[in-house]
Design a protein around this ligand. Structure first.
Ligand code: IVH
Length: 665
């Protein structure tokens, strides 16, 4: 009995290791998260029945260490060095000149790879098993973080060496612990929502803070990952850096992506091309490391006290800068939310000039303790909009306070009960109306071509409209009153307005701008209820019965339709002939039911938002980022990084043509 249990356990562990390898090293998972979890559960239950068969490399043993009061000091077998930083092509050329002289070789091959903005760490494997792990510390001595490192699933507890006879006796890999940009954002959102701790300033701090936890069970919950980039003590033999990277990957250790170049020009070109694409990476990179590829060459060049002579970091322009806040202004949104926006002296951040950034809300202003005149650290992190990280020099003696009156209409501004936002209480505030109409006419809502910000501004100024239903009473003679319109343009706009009356209910619901009702919820509501009257009649309890709708959204909807002004508005829209029903789509036609779809590149037949509408209508779930949960990617002309990512993750890729055929069936 135990024999078969032992056999089963060993088989399961090997299978889990294989899937870790496919996922973390090759980026080509073959099973879903839930199937993976099932394997772990199966192993857990077998180990529970046979505790004598538990081994330290079992994936169920990732979380073993208890609380520790301090991190033991650990001396590194060989010092963990740092890198010489350079910031220009000339500096790299100068470095090349130096080493070319020392090496006296005609051609020098280089390996180049992203410089990961994480926390360096050393992991030692003995006889193929993870023995201990340490932080870099001062380079000579680091801190023992073995228990915490073991919780990171990307770090193998036992090396994967299919096809080899012997496990490597000693293998010390060095690399970076890091956190994906997206995971960092989610973590900070959760920290802010809980309101107990301060959010992390950037993914590196988040990785470092998560790694240096006294309780490994906290680290285990943090989405940390690992990339190897160099080695310490080892008895393995490799001829080049790129061979070392290959070996790591064979062992199941995720690595940085290394490319080999025949000369320095090739490596430098690569560095500049990656600089352009740095925002496309899922994680923060702050430069490119260029290394002499040959290990013999590296040995000849040797190291200085702190740095190897055989490597150099070409650093990208900093993503942070300090500047002074000139003013804090307000924006009044469609729902009356008053948002503080900092305006500062223009600063270059990551190659882009920035002169303003949202401060999000007044809680954030208080947390940052920021005011006009203060010098602040600003940051442009990846594709995230610029933000104020902290005050670096305080001039004023307090923080900027919310206005008591709306800066646009002068009405009272109040803070809602359970929300951070401050709102202008006047529903007829012109800023709210203007933004409301803009949203109503926008492409993803009623899609009225020609009704943009400038036209709306003029219409409001001349008092030709005061809510969005008024758009439907506009006549040619009204438009002629505005200087903007001549015959053709007026006709085009009126045609576009007329055409918008035929939009399905889902579009109208989204266009109404009900708080917490986005495009997705609007489609769900329209498909469930069919007619606007049915939604108006529905109670919060009826709405909350729908799986995708929570109590907060349900209450927003009931509140919205309960207001007398909404009733008037709906009547006005109906009288104008605006459609308020959702055309039925038969079950058989919901060909994309439950499928997660991503679009990339230029499509010929649809705009991006139309394509997403088509997908949604047929039961699909369009999303913006490719992950292993994506069912397929529809690729148009000139697809970008999503295409490469889909290929890497083995996500099915189809052409626009194929997508059109699929939806026409
Ligand atoms: S090679 C002998 N390669 O950058 C130095 N380092 O600023 C070996 N880093 O402490 C390091 N990405 O932790 C190397 N692709 C990469 C790297 C990298 C990030 C870190 C490393 C080092 C620091 C130096």
């Amino acid at each position: 009995m135990t024999k078969t249990a032992e056999h089963k356990i060993e088989k399961l562990k090997a299978e889990i290791r294989k899937h870790d390898y496919l996922y973390y090293v090759l980026n080509q998972p073959e099973i879903s998260d839930s199937e993976y979890d099932k394997l772990i559960k199966e192993l857990e239950s077998l180990e529970k029945q046979h505790p004598e068969l538990i081994t330290p490399d079992s994936p169920t043993r990732r979380l073993i260490g208890g609380l520790s009061n301090e991190f033991r000091k650990m001396k590194h077998p060989t010092p963990m060095l740092s890198l010489e930083n350079t910031y220009s092509v000339e500096d790299v050329t100068e470095w090349y000149g130096r080493i070319a002289k020392l090496l006296e070789e005609r051609t020098i091959e280089f390996a180049a790879e992203p410089k990961i903005d994480g926390v360096s760490c050393s992991i030692v494997y003995e006889k193929g098993f993870l023995k201990y792990a340490a932080t870099r510390g001062d380079g000579e001595t680091g801190e023992d973080v073995t228990f915490n490192i073991k919780t990171i699933k990307a770090v193998p507890l036992r090396l994967y060496f299919a096809g080899r006879i012997h496990a490597p006796s000693l293998f010390e890999v060095r690399g970076e612990i890091y956190m994906d940009k997206m995971e960092f954002k989610n973590l900070n959102d959760n920290i802010l929502a809980e309101g107990k701790e301060s959010p992390f300033a950037n993914p590196r701090n988040a990785a470092s803070g998560s790694l240096r936890q006294k309780d490994p069970s906290v680290t285990a919950k943090r989405p940390l990952k690992f990339f190897a980039h160099s080695y310490g003590a080892t008895r393995e033999i490799f001829r080049t850096h790129s061979d070392f990277i290959k070996l790591c990957r064979e062992f199941g250790i995720p690595t940085v992506d290394t490319e080999v170049f025949r000369d320095i020009d090739g490596a430098m070109k690569y560095a500049l091309s990656i600089q352009e694409k740095r925002d496309d990476y899922d994680y923060e990179i702050d430069g490119i490391v260029i290394k002499v590829n040959s290990i013999a060459g590296q040995k000849l060049l040797g190291t200085t006290m702190k740095q190897p002579r055989w490597a150099i970091a070409y650093k990208f322009p900093a993503m942070q800068a300090t500047t002074k806040i000139k003013d804090i202004v307000f924006q009044v949104g469609r729902t009356g939310v008053v948002t503080p926006v900092a305006e500062f002296e223009p600063a270059r951040v990551g190659g882009v000039t920035i002169s303003r950034a949202t401060l999000h809300n007044f809680d954030e202003v208080e947390r940052l303790n920021v005011d006009i005149g203060d010098t602040v650290l600003i940051e442009r992190a990846g594709d995230v909009i610029p933000k104020v990280v902290k005050v670096s020099k305080k001039i004023s003696d307090g923080f900027f306070h919310p206005p008591e009156k709306c800066p646009v209409c002068g009405s009272k501004v109040i803070k809602g009960k359970e929300e951070v936002a401050h709102r202008c209480i006047n529903p007829s505030c012109s800023s709210q109306i203007e933004r409301g109409i803009k949203h109503f006419a926008s492409r993803s809502a009623m899609n009225i071509d020609g009704l943009g910000e400038v036209v709306i501004g003029h219409l409001l100024e001349k008092k030709l409209v005061s809510d969005f239903a008024d758009i439907y009473s506009l006549k040619t003679e009204h438009l002629y009153k505005l200087e903007l319109f001549k015959e053709k343009k007026a006709k085009n706009l009126l045609d576009a307005i007329e055409e918008s009356k035929e939009r399905p209910l889902s579009k109208l619901l989204y266009a109404l701008g009900i708080r917490n009702v986005g495009e997705k919820t609007a489609v769900i509501l329209a498909q469930r209820f069919g007619k606007i009257e049915n939604i108006i009649k529905a109670s919060a309890a009826d709405l909350a019965k729908i799986h995708e709708i929570g109590p907060v959204v349900a209450e927003s909807i009931v509140n919205f339709f309960g207001q007398p002004s909404t009733k008037n508005l709906i009547e006005k829209l109906k009288n104008a002939g605006v459609n308020t029903v959702e055309p039925e789509v038969g079950k058989a036609k919901r060909v994309l039911s439950g499928k997660t779809i991503v679009f990339t590149g230029e499509l010929q037949r649809y705009t991006r938002s139309e394509a997403e509408d088509v997908a949604r209508k047929l039961g699909g779930n369009p999303t913006s980022a490719v992950s292993k949960k994506t069912d397929f990617l529809v690729a148009g002309e000139n697809p970008g990084s999503k295409y490469e990512k889909a290929q890497k993750l083995n996500v099915k890729i189809i052409t626009e043509e194929e997508f059109t055929k699929m939806v026409k069936r």
